[in-house]
Design a protein around this ligand. Sequence first.
Ligand code: SD4
Length: 344
Amino acid sequence: MINRRKFIQASAFTGLATAIGQPLRGNDLHPAIKGKPVVVSTWDAGIRANKAAWDILSKGGRALDAVEKGVMVTEEEQNCCVGLGANPDRDGFVTLDACIMDEFSNCGSVAFLERIKHPIAVARRVMEKTPHVMLVGSGAQQFAVAEGFPLEEQKLSPEAEKAYKDWLIKSEYKPPAINVENKQGGHGPFAPARLSNGEWNHDTIGMVAMDTNGNLSGSCTTSGAGFKMRGRLGDSPIIGAGLFVDNEVGACTATGQGEDVIRVAGSHSVVELMRQGLSPEMACKKVIERIIRIKGPKAKDIQVGFLAINKKGQVGAWSIHKGFEYAIRNQGEERLVKAKFVME
Ligand code: SD4
């Protein structure tokens, strides 16, 4: 049996250092999980978002508060691809989508929301202050303003401004063809797009957390696919697609090509597979394989990733292509983990 001193040494060794980790085996407890609480979120911006979530979780706070405050950090980062400074639609407008879900299956969502800095906070108000789950467009904006959220001026980040100008040159409305050999890709209206350096340009953060009481909550917020058609929604604001929480079983969030996540009710499907006994990692893998089967050869042009947690605190992820990563934070460590994938 590990004694207290050894335990302290072991945790000091694992430390709080940020490291690039290896994917975990499906049926293993995450080695870092020394109990609750825990928070995980998609992509590398998740490291910073998790910090804000951890401030709440580590003090015994509720997972719902943690997942809201956590992704607000990303919504605020003007150089990132999620909030008001993100890639616009093909007409030049930034339109934001977000949803949130708690341990009681309460949920709220906003979509096609313009000029509001924190869509996730508005989604929470929809959940708590209206009899509805989802508000969209000008109605969502009107509700946000009535709730005291300031109407901001749209200001693209310099990166988004440049990306939009570059995109306008060709205005091509099709997925960026990915040449797997040389990893060349383009910037297209499909998310996330692979850049010419082989990296993924992503526009979303999804976060799921378990608090000290063992309760689960999740959040997801995005600017959607860059240069999308005006009015297009992806999976991110849709409960069951971009996010799903079942406090008896687990929680899942998605990133990537929203249309293909919606088609398989992605996050809900992952949670249902966990209910049947699959580990989070294997549940994510199965749904990724389902998407690949449906898409056939076209699967090589799109990216989708799932990130899930179950009631035991096991964490797992899987993606179509190499490159998806998630951030984890708990008592033992804080690090970025590369997800397993099907295709290079
Ligand atoms: C969407 N799922 O709007 C989002 C985009 C995304 O990284 O995840 N980008 O389809």
